[in-house]
Design a protein around this ligand. Structure first.
Ligand SMILES: [Zn+2]
Length: 258
């Protein structure tokens, strides 16, 4: 909790330079989205993640008065304005839905249960094999490899559980975010960018076990379902008209059928 609370203001600036995003209509639109959703942020920050990675990311992070909206320079350079709004809508969803607090409670429970299981299984094994393995008890350094083995085994078995928890929260943030940003095409662009390091269409079991975010295919499918439900809305109509005009002027006669 302490690390999360001080992170955005005191820890992250040690590794990256944060500066307020230059004034632009996009910045005002982002701040407007924040105000409309009860997010106490008065500025949008940009940080130079490109020195470490090519990945695009953004955060609405902080606890107890350190709330900040920040996005990395990869997102700013590679993302379209609608894509940036879609990504920030998602991050605002995490904030409004209290995912940080829910995650801490969940991880806290996992830690307590894991230590109880660890203690129980270690004692059982020690009583049975302790003499042969030369382990006198949980306080004996010789028992450390066994403790590490048991802990790794639990963590491995818990992978689908922890992944499903985060994946569920990510899907919630997607749903919240698309209602905030109203940018289904921008969201789909972001999902395609993320496919650079995530497989787009895993099998259902693969997704449950290994994916801490919904697959790109599922994310695009869901926002297209959202778009289908909003197809007559003025902003969606205007967006589609503007973008099919761009497509038509780029390749005359090849505008997508309406
Ligand atoms: Zn997320």
């Amino acid at each position: 909790m302490f690390a999360l609370a001080i992170g955005p203001v005191y820890l992250e600036p040690v590794f990256n330079e944060f500066k307020p995003l230059a004034e632009s209509p996009l910045k005002q639109q982002i701040l407007s989205m924040a105000r409309a959703n009860g997010i106490p942020a008065t500025d949008v920050f940009e940080f130079d993640a490109s020195k470490q990675t090519k990945r695009m990311s953004a955060h609405v992070s902080g606890l107890l008065g350190t709330t900040r909206i920040s996005m990395n320079d990869n997102l700013l350079k590679r993302g379209s304005p609608e894509e940036i709004k879609a990504v920030l809508g998602h991050e605002m969803g995490h904030y409004v839905l209290h995912h940080v607090y829910k995650g801490m409670v969940f991880i806290g429970l996992i830690i307590v249960v894991s230590f109880a299981l660890l203690s129980w299984s270690f004692d059982k094994l020690q009583a049975r094999h302790g003499a042969r393995w030369g382990i006198r008890g949980a306080g004996d350094v010789a028992g450390l490899p066994l403790l590490l083995f048991l802990f790794s085994a639990y963590s491995f078995l818990l992978t689908p559980v922890t992944n499903t928890l985060t994946r569920t929260m990510e899907a919630e943030a997607d749903n919240y975010g698309i209602n905030v940003s109203r940018q289904p095409d921008g969201f789909a662009q972001a999902a395609l960018h993320l496919s650079e390091y995530r497989k787009m269409q895993p099998g259902p079991v693969e997704e449950i076990v290994f994916y801490d975010h919904p697959s790109g295919w599922n994310r695009i499918h869901r926002v297209m379902l959202w778009k289908a439900e909003h197809v007559g809305d003025a902003d969606i109509v205007a967006y589609d008209a503007a973008h099919s005009a761009v497509a038509a002027s780029a390749a005359p006669g090849s505008a997508p059928p309406r």
